[in-house]
Design a protein around this ligand. Sequence first.
Ligand code: CA
Length: 228
Amino acid sequence: MAQRILLVEDEPGLVLTLTDRLQGEGYHTDACEDGEAGLAQAMAQPYDLIILDVMLPKKSGFDVCRKLRQSGMQTPILMLTARNQVVDKVVGLQIGADDYLTKPFDMMELLARIEALLRRSVAKPAAAVMAFQFGTVKVDFRRAEVLRNAVAVVLSAREYQLLKYLIEHRGESISREQLLTDVWGYQATPETRTVDVHMAWLRQKLEDNPRYPQYFLTLRGLGYKFDS
Ligand code: CA
């Protein structure tokens, strides 16, 4: 069955190009040209992936992403940001986007990112660990639920995958490159900052004092370690 991609983008030329190319790759695509229509469409039908432009009429891509995550939707979201809008990237990841691509982008790069996101979101076999607790945080892998002080914590799909990976590799020194390969699925990318941004957000959401983390530790020159 074809995987379904929702494209929310207001540049007609780009919509045509992307639709052609994605359908040529065997994906089913729908397109919306403003934020409100995109949000409604994303809520109305199930998609495997959403490609979401930041600058949209009526409702920004940020607002759409935030609303979708608040509703509990975990569909991978790939945001398209304007050139050099570093702030956009960070904000996008903060509000639950899984990845971002800067315009103008190379079509092969986009396809690679899409494949990586789809591969990562495919349900994996039952984890050896079904639940895990550290401090006041409780992770229930069967329900994909994270509680802190018994209150549900909203994580993006990527943050959840990163948390799960760290728990499965607790006590190990893990490099940023290893995380990009194993959690993001990139073979090679210079953007190790992506890892830092996500790690910062896990700390924000799960550490008592994010400035002095107890669990999500930085190992200078090496990467990270999850310590429980
Ligand atoms: Ca736009």
